[in-house]
Design a protein. Structure first.
Lengths: 209, 246
């Protein structure tokens, strides 16, 4: 039988490996994947050894990560390196902490441990895999847009807007404050007013601290 | 967790050996690290500190015509404590084509040449490959190419010198110490025979002079930098191989 993404999810479950699919904004999982798009999965860092045992047992093919050059593959604060595997012609991009890129030197660093631990408590089962809780997903998309992409794409905006109205605002504020500090109130104000095109510039020029 | 939005504003060593780093942690605070200590400032406090240090510097320099606002702060920080040995300054006219620059070639060697040998001048005269599109170190989110275009537009609109900011040369050497980009733009716009006004700084005992540097003296540095890069790549490759085996 062909080992595919569903087999991989089953294995993660059977090996008691805590994992979440970070983003599936195109709803491609599990049966509409294409070779052009990676599947982004986060595995709990306490389960790294179990994961590597699974890799060895299933002889999963590890491939060079596309970011593995120059400054793009520098990991701070003991963050584990990304790993990439090819399963049934699909690229599986594995991280072990929720990543965000530093603005200055573009190194990878993990989001705050409070957010990380919250992910494992609030993750939701979806088909054969797990996804982030709504607040955690929102924080992830906002952080990625500002710090990694430096802009809000249409697909991210659509998802952010679908989540924004329903999440607990106090919890959202608490989590975003761990990433954006005193810019958080301004950020939430700009998000609620849907002023996505100016958020990055407002962030860089924020001076009320 | 640390702030992911940390912008390094400055990074240098004091003459006493301590490292100093100034960081903007967006949304949080300005951090000034001096050796083992960290000082937290608000932005307003940093600006006040900066004004105080500027006043102190002006008072230390015994030239009444020296005004901090006439000079680029990054240039002044590069001059460092040598500025205290400034004994005189004056304006003189020089031919643009006689101005000298020290630049780094693609293979890492430093070379000296007239302004028309500079990479910026060559770029402005059609050689697109001379300037890459990497970001300028001292200008956030501004690439080399963008900066040259900005200077070009500024000179066309405001002329030279603008806001009393001249090209700076030291002692009687014709090396441009501040204003290489402006010098290249001026050469490109007005030609190498054009005379322009530049400012000469004179230092006690010719401090700050550029010494000639031979290719051979640079070899150890080039070899060292390439060796470090080679060792880093070898280490990462070995780690990947070890993971596969284990």
């Amino acid at each position: 039988m062909n080992y595919d993404i569903n087999s991989f999810f089953d294995d993660l479950e059977n090996y008691n490996i805590d994992f979440v699919v970070l983003r599936d904004l195109n709803n491609a999982l599990p049966n509409n994947l294409s070779e052009e798009k990676d599947v982004d999965i986060m595995i709990k860092n306490t389960d790294i050894n179990k994961f590597h045992s699974l890799v060895k047992k299933r002889k999963l093919k590890r491939i060079k990560h596309p970011w593995d050059f120059g400054r793009n593959f520098v990991f701070l604060y003991n963050m584990n390196e990304f790993e990439m595997y090819k399963i049934d012609r699909i690229n599986i991009d594995i991280c072990f902490e929720l990543p965000v890129r530093s603005l200055n030197n573009r190194e990878w660093m993990p989001l705050d441990d409070y957010i990380y631990q919250s992910i494992w408590k609030t993750k939701k089962k979806h088909d054969s895999y797990y996804i982030l809780g709504d607040t955690e997903l929102l924080v992830h998309l906002i952080s990625r847009s500002l710090l990694d992409k430096n802009e809000f794409s249409k697909i991210y905006i659509a998802k952010i807007e679908s989540l924004f109205t329903n999440v607990d605002k106090d919890e959202l504020n608490r989590m975003l404050s761990l990433v954006f500090f005193k810019f958080t109130n301004k950020l939430i104000e700009l998000l609620s007013k849907k002023k996505y095109s100016v958020i990055y510039k407002e962030y860089l020029t924020f001076s009320e601290y | 967790m640390s702030n992911p939005a940390v912008i390094y504003l400055s990074d240098f060593k004091l003459s006493t050996g301590e490292n100093v780093r100034v960081e903007d942690n967006i949304g949080e605070a300005i951090h000034i690290h001096i050796g083992e200590y960290r000082f937290d400032f608000t932005i307003d406090e940093l600006i006040e500190l900066s004004k105080g240090l500027n006043d102190a510097l002006e008072n230390l320099i015994e030239l009444p015509q020296f005004r901090i606002e006439d000079y680029d702060s990054i240039f002044l920080s590069e001059v460092g404590s040598d500025i205290l040995y400034l004994t005189d300054m004056c304006l003189k006219e020089v031919r643009i084509g006689d101005l000298l620059v020290r630049f780094q070639s693609n293979n890492g060697f430093y070379k000296d040449g007239f302004i028309d040998n500079s990479r910026v001048f060559k770029y402005l005269n059609g050689n697109q490959k001379e300037i890459d599109r990497t970001n300028q170190e001292n200008y956030l989110l501004v690439t080399n190419e963008t900066r040259i275009k900005m200077i070009n537009e500024s000179i066309k609109e405001n002329g030279y010198p603008h806001n009393n900011q001249h090209l700076i040369l030291f002692n009687n050497q014709l090396y441009i110490r501040d204003g290489q980009h402006r010098g290249a733009v001026l050469a490109s716009l007005y030609g190498l025979d054009q005379m322009i006004e530049v400012k000469f700084f004179y230092f006690l005992e010719n401090k700050g002079n550029i010494e000639k540097i031979s290719i051979y003296r640079q070899f150890p540095r080039i070899v060292k930098n390439n060796l470090i890069l080679f060792l880093k790549r070898t280490y990462r490759f070995s780690r990947r191989v070890a993971r596969k085996i284990l």
